[in-house]
Design a protein around this ligand. Structure first.
Ligand code: ADP
Ligand code: MG
Length: 401
């Protein structure tokens, strides 16, 4: 059996770099990595270790090299930028060998929940509007930093890549250790990282809820630069998870930083409405991209530029009909943004009824209207006209505007 390639089966208590890092718990995992909390005994601090799967698995050596270069550029860019605290702080990297091959390991600041985990603790899984506005503001600052300071497109802005910064890591870890003694686990290397023992930092959400109740603002961080790309070369490869994919990516056109803003618009909708904005489906006679573009036209009420569609239609070898015709054929009904407004209002009042004294602030419809306008500005079809992170931060719906 060829054992090369794949995840590294980290054990609690395991040491790296000649005993400098001691693994204390598992923080999470992704398609090509598992992430662990460790004690850095040299600097007497907690760190997160993102251990990539070995070469030979799906992730290529080039991908790992890019993530490493991106992280290095982040670390050497302007730390006084307002977006710096909202992008994962990279400390250093090392590599090690296992039976599976060579693993790259990124050492970063340990953070807390990702968005899906935090959301799972909330009644009816919907964030209060105030929390969403803070979250989006932090993401915009992080994106402004990536786009304008670092020349980087994130290309994979998604809920599991947005993490909460803990108020006090030591306090939370101490609290948790008292409850859950750490154990050494053994398992075969073929085990998927989702089966490994999982103890997210602050798996007990109470400290957060208490602190945010007493007015402390949550701070959010953009992580996972695994798909990030430098803007100094023209970008065309397929990127982003499909539901959050910008139209220019769907159509295979050249793209840049505005694709992150598109994803942000989709996410903001999702956080308010509790469901995906776009949910493209493949069927017998409709390819998924066409369904997706149709949903986009339908929900934004905007039409694609004829020349852009023609170009796309030609590439897709559907020369007999123009893209416009194709799209209109598959639009069942015109979606109303008022529908979303009503949904949001209903959810908000529902949150009120639940009686949560969490940081929920009752949103008035004027505010919800402003939010919808903002989401639409993120979902402008023409990337050249789409709002930038910098412009978006001037919107009075955000605290620091
Ligand atoms: P992948 O590229 O494999 O998706 P990520 O960087 O997104 O890897 O990490 C996978 C998961 O691990 C995240 O969704 C998150 O839950 C957790 N995680 C990643 N980095 C950290 C960190 N610095 N602190 C705490 N948890 C983290
Ligand atoms: Mg990820």
């Amino acid at each position: 059996v060829d054992q090369r390639g794949g995840f590294y089966p980290t054990r609690l208590g395991e040491m790296f770099e000649d005993g400098r890092f001691v693994v204390t718990r598992k923080l999470g995992w992704g398609a090509f990595s598992s992430v662990w909390l460790a004690r850095d005994r040299l600097n007497d601090r907690h760190v997160a270790l993102k251990i990539l799967s070995a070469y030979g698995s799906k992730r290529t050596a080039t991908g790992q090299l890019t993530e490493s270069k991106v992280l290095a550029r982040l670390a050497s860019s302007n730390p006084s930028h307002r977006g710096f605290p909202h992008v994962l702080p990279f400390l250093e990297e090392f590599t090690f060998e296992s039976f599976a091959g060579q693993h790259v390991c990124f050492v970063t600041e340990p953070l807390s929940f990702n968005v899906p985990t935090l959301r799972s603790y909330l009644p009816n899984k919907v964030f209060p509007l105030k929390l969403i506005l803070n979250l989006v503001e932090d993401l915009l600052k992080g994106l402004e930093y990536l786009h304008d300071e670092c020349g980087i497109v994130h290309s994979d802005l998604s809920p599991s890549n947005i993490l909460l910064r803990p108020f006090d890591l030591d306090e939370i870890i101490m609290h948790q250790l008292a409850e859950e003694p750490s154990t050494i686990y053994g398992f075969p290397h073929t085990v998927s990282p989702k089966d490994l023992p999982f103890h997210p930092v602050s798996s007990i959400p109470l400290p957060f809820f208490h602190k945010s109740d007493s007015g402390e603002r949550l701070h959010w961080v953009i992580t996972d630069l695994g798909e990030a790309q430098f803007t100094d070369k023209p970008l065309t490869r397929i990127a982003q998870s499909y539901a959050l994919r910008a139209p220019e990516v769907i159509m295979g056109l050249e793209y840049g930083p505005p694709i992150d803003i598109w994803s942000l618009g989709c996410l903001m909708y999702e956080f308010i409405a509790g469901q995906w904005l776009f949910d493209p489906k493949r069927s017998d006679d409709i390819p998924m991209e066409i369904d997706h573009l149709a949903q986009i036209t339908q929900r934004t009420g905007e039409h694609f530029n004829e020349a852009v569609l023609q170009n796309y239609a030609l590439r897709k070898e559907i020369k007999d009909i123009t893209g416009r015709v194709i799209l209109e054929k598959f639009i069942p009904h015109l979606y109303c943004w008022t529908e979303m407004l009503e949904n949001a209002k209903a959810r908000n009042s529902h949150m009120g009824l639940v009686g949560s004294d969490f940081i929920y602030n009752k949103a008035d419809s004027q505010e919800v209207e402003e939010v919808i306008k903002f989401i639409k500005s993120c979902l402008t079809l023409d990337p050249a006209k789409r709002i930038s992170a910098k412009e978006a931060l001037n919107n009075p719906i955000f605290e620091d505007s």
